[in-house]
Design a protein around this ligand. Structure first.
Ligand code: C5P
Length: 228
């Protein structure tokens, strides 16, 4: 499996198509997030899914009935991976898993844009690592096929829940930044090879590719770092 997932985070259709065609040779997965989905609509997923598996990252968080309907709709437009916030509880996760059996449902643990002080601010008194494990357990109890976490927690989740070939979860890590790259709004980051070494199966990269002067070259370089 090619572990590079390119986040096509733009609201302009022409720019999205340009980024998709430039990064296609290097990308294993295309990710469609809130901004592109809300701007460009479900047809975008239908079209991209003809080229690569699509990770529809809408991070559902609602009552189980709503999440089930949304997950079913995501499956119908061709999404291969979908995200659900683990903080919604195991029933919400299970509702998505049950409604979209052909999708891999990924439980989002703690957003990579949050650090310990922001976690405290939203009322969570546990250390970051403990909170990520707690939410991972909730997601897996609900039947999630995988987990979204920062690369900093990947090793702990991999050792706790086991390797992929022994039934362990797919680990997906955004928050990928090289040592010289701008973190932007990301707070918990590592480089792509570090994330892989920590046990990530899929690394999600957005701005380091989409905002590079040469997105095709940036994607190629990341793909090379993640070989084989
Ligand atoms: O541009 P950048 O590489 O920071 O993009 C990361 C992508 O991963 C964004 O599309 C963002 O929505 C997504 N993501 C994240 N943190 C999570 C889950 C998804 O940054 N916990």
């Amino acid at each position: 499996m090619n572990p590079l997932c390119v986040a096509l985070d733009t609201t302009e259709r022409a720019e999205l198509e340009r980024l998709a065609s430039l990064t296609l040779p290097s990308a294993g997965i295309f990710k469609v997030g809130l901004a592109s989905f809300c701007s460009l609509g479900p047809d975008l997923v239908v079209e991209l899914s003809r080229q690569r598996p699509v990770f529809l990252d809408l991070k559902f968080h609602d009552i189980p009935g709503q999440v089930a309907e949304a997950a079913r709709a995501a499956q119908d437009i061709g999404a291969t991976y979908i995200t659900v916030h683990a903080a919604g509880g195991p029933e919400m996760l299970a509702a998505a898993v049950c409604a979209a059996p052909e999708c891999a449902v990924l439980g989002v643990t703690v957003l990579t844009s949050l650090d310990q002080s922001l976690l405290t601010r939203i009322g969570v008194s546990f250390p970051m690592g403990e909170q990520v494990v707690r939410l991972a357990e909730v997601a897996l109890e609900g039947g999630a096929a995988g987990l979204v976490c920062s690369p900093l927690e990947a090793a702990e989740l991999r050792s706790r829940f086991g390797p992929r070939d022994a039934g362990g979860p797919l680990l997906v890590t955004p928050g990928i930044r090289g040592p010289q790259e701008e973190a932007g709004d990301q707070r918990r980051t590592l480089s792509a090879p570090e994330a892989r070494a920590a046990g990530a199966d899929v690394v999600v990269v957005g701005r380091p590719i989409t905002e590079a002067p040469d997105p095709a070259a940036a994607a190629r370089a990341l793909r090379a770092q993640l070989a084989p």
